[in-house]
Each structure stands twice: as C-alpha cells, then as structure tokens.
Design a binder for this molecule. Structure first.
Ligand code: FNR
Length: 181
C-alpha cells in the first residue's frame, strides 16, 4: 500500500520559498507516495483554556498527522531558530488527544528541509527542531537533511528553480521513502 506523507511548511507567506520547495517535493514524490501539504494557516495560538475540545483546525491537522506514515517539515529560519508558527503547531500536536490516546508525534517519522536567502540554509533552525522533536520521541531522519542557502540565486521570473539542488531533493525523497518502510 502506498505510504502517506504530510508536509508542514513553517511559513504562512504566499510566495514562501519553503512552500515552493514543498510543492516541488510533492511533484517528485506523488507517483510513489501520497503527499499532502497541510494548511496550518488557521491554527489558533495555543491556549490551555481552549485545549479541550480541540479547535476544528487543530483536529483536522492532528488527524492528518496521526494517519500519516511520515511528516516532512519545510522550515524557514528566523533569528537562527524555526518560526513561531511551527512551535505553536508542535505545541498543539504535543498534547495528548485524550486520557486514552497519546500525542501524535511520538514515534512519527520526520524529514527536515529548509531554504533561505541566507548562508546557513536553515541548518540552525533544523537543529532546534531536532531537539524539540526528539523530546517528543519523534523518529527524525538525520541523514540526509536538506539545507538550501542563497535562495535569491535560484529565482527565475520570481519562481523557485532548483537547478543543481534538485538532485538533493530527490536524494532526500528517496531516503525518506526508505526510512518509512
Ligand atoms: C529572517 N530570515 C533569516 N534567514 C536566515 O537565513 N537566518 C535567519 O536567522 C533569519 N532570520 C529572520 C528573522 C525574521 C523575523 C524574518 C522575517 C526573516 C530571512 C528568511 O530566511 C526569509 O524571510 C525567508 O524568505 C523566509 O522563508 P519563506 O517565507 O520564504 O519560506
């Protein structure tokens, strides 16, 4: 049976490089596995006062993550960290669904990618995600991770063209599909 991958993009920006990268990952993956980019734009700020019952948007995303074999995160880097929208979502996902069911990230297989106009290619942001996700007992594919720097050099008519970096995206896709087996 075909594996299910859900992608989470840590940027809400319409022309986000990371969203464009996720769309390219979808293009190269979907003949081999289901691949859905989750909409996280309506996830509210975490607040324990509204935790139970979980807001609809949280339920929707949580159910998709729960049903997925793997989660592929595409993260920007903000101040050498991952953006607050990702921390907020992960805080929601880290909470037990009910007293019978645990949280959905435990044992979940995760791939990490990121792209930035800066030099680090989001390596620092990804390192912080590894710390957080390890605490939640997610199973992170540490090799390969994909870090793409100098995104401005990859723009053609305002759109991302990976050129030589596409082979690294394909390598990560192949490795993640193996990791999910
Ligand atoms: C940034 N950016 C940035 N880039 C980087 O490589 N290292 C960094 O530490 C930061 N810090 C940072 C902080 C804040 C608050 C913003 C808004 C931006 C630049 C960032 O990589 C750039 O805006 C990307 O385009 C964001 O990713 P998306 O939205 O294109 O996916």
């Amino acid at each position: 049976m075909s594996k299910k991958i859900v992608a989470i993009v840590g940027s809400l920006r319409k022309d986000s490089f990371n969203r464009q990268l996720a769309m390219k990952a979808k293009e190269i993956t979907e003949s081999e596995a289901e691949f859905e980019i989750l909409d996280i734009s309506d996830i509210p700020l975490f607040n324990q006062d509204i935790e139970y019952p979980a807001p609809e948007a949280v339920k929707r995303v949580r159910d998709k993550v729960k049903a997925a074999d793997g989660v592929w995160i595409f993260t920007p880097e903000y101040n050498h960290y991952f953006p607050g929208v990702l921390k907020n979502l992960i805080d929601w996902l880290s909470r037990p669904i009910s007293s019978e069911e645990g949280q959905v990230l435990g044992n979940k297989k995760i791939a990490l990618s990121g792209i930035t106009p800066g030099m680090s290619g989001t390596a620092l942001s990804q390192d912080h995600l590894v710390v957080l996700l390890s605490f939640l007992d997610a199973k992170i594919m540490n090799v390969p991770r994909l870090t793409i720097p100098h995104a401005m050099n990859l723009l053609k008519d305002g759109k991302l063209e990976l050129g030589n970096s596409e082979k690294y995206l394909i390598r990560q896709k192949d490795a993640f599909l193996k990791f999910l087996d």
